[in-house]
Design a protein around this ligand. Structure first.
Ligand code: BTN
Length: 256
């Protein structure tokens, strides 16, 4: 069992195709920004930036992400040689987190479109992918997992941590190692044009399909049944008039 972030690269190098370089800092504004600066300085694919806390953690859709100490907050840099479908990559990243939580702690984590990980309807993890075009296209895959951090009072109805579920603190290092292992598997499946396998795995881990949902997009609010995920990763919602809506971006709430 690895205990320390410094042991992570040696541990991973025996098992992985990506060449990892791990930066562990006690605090930063956002691991996304730090990874972007290090990328500008010449670090490339396999760079992982982990921070114990972040002063300006970013969430999806321009939101703030609360990142106090005890949580697992990291960014992985990927530079895919061909542009993979980012929507499917983000579904696959959420599946990777859910699988790691299941395998390490037997927590019944499920995924919610597009890339939230929930336990008993409360959010335990979120994923943010940002891109940058330099010499190569770089993807900054940001993952936040509530591990031993205290959930702020205003979020307790909606969010949960590993510590709260297990009634004990756990080490973040084996969790990061396991998540990276699953992300890497997903990434290579996408590079090998096996996105159908990534989608199938996400469908097996979700409780969104078949349920009544409310989707808030930048333009509208749609209520209906989440009937499917299309091959490009968009969500298909059928409303009460049997009209099918294709959702590319938005927030989903389970209504039933
Ligand atoms: C979301 O659900 O809104 C996505 C949250 C993503 C949070 C992670 S924590 C590590 C990385 N650095 C950030 O500033 N954000 C992402």
């Amino acid at each position: 069992m690895i205990k320390d972030f410094s042991e992570l690269v040696t541990y991973l190098s025996k098992r992985s195709r990506l060449k990892y370089k791990v930066f562990h800092v006690s605090s930063c504004s956002s691991t996304q920004d730090l990874a972007m600066s290090l990328f500008e300085e010449g670090y490339g694919e396999g760079l992982v930036v982990v921070s114990d806390e972040m002063s300006s953690g970013r969430g999806r859709l321009g939101r703030r992400w609360s990142a106090t100490s005890g949580g697992l907050w990291f960014t992985l840099v990927l530079t895919p040689p061909k542009l993979t479908n980012i929507q499917i990559l983000s579904l696959g990243i959420a599946s990777s987190v859910a699988k790691a939580l299941r395998e390490l702690y037997e927590i019944k984590a499920v995924v919610k479109w597009p890339n939230d990980v929930l336990v008993n309807e409360k959010k335990i993890s979120g994923v943010l992918i940002e891109g940058k075009k330099n010499v190569k296209t770089a993807l900054f895959v940001g993952v936040g997992v509530n591990v031993n951090n205290e959930i702020p009072a205003e979020l307790r109805e909606k969010a949960v941590s590993v510590k709260e579920i297990l009634n004990q603190e756990v080490s973040r290092v084996p969790l990061l190692a396991k998540i990276l292992q699953f992300i890497e598997e997903t990434y290579f499946k996408l590079l090998e044009d096996r996105s159908n396998e990534v989608l199938k795995e996400w469908c097996d881990l979700t409780e969104t399909l078949g349920r009544k949902v409310r989707v808030t997009t930048i333009n509208e609010v749609i209520e209906g049944v989440a009937v499917n995920v299309a091959p490009d990763g968009s969500l298909i919602v059928e409303d009460s008039a049997k009209i099918k809506h294709v959702i590319y971006s938005g927030d989903v709430i389970h209504l039933t």
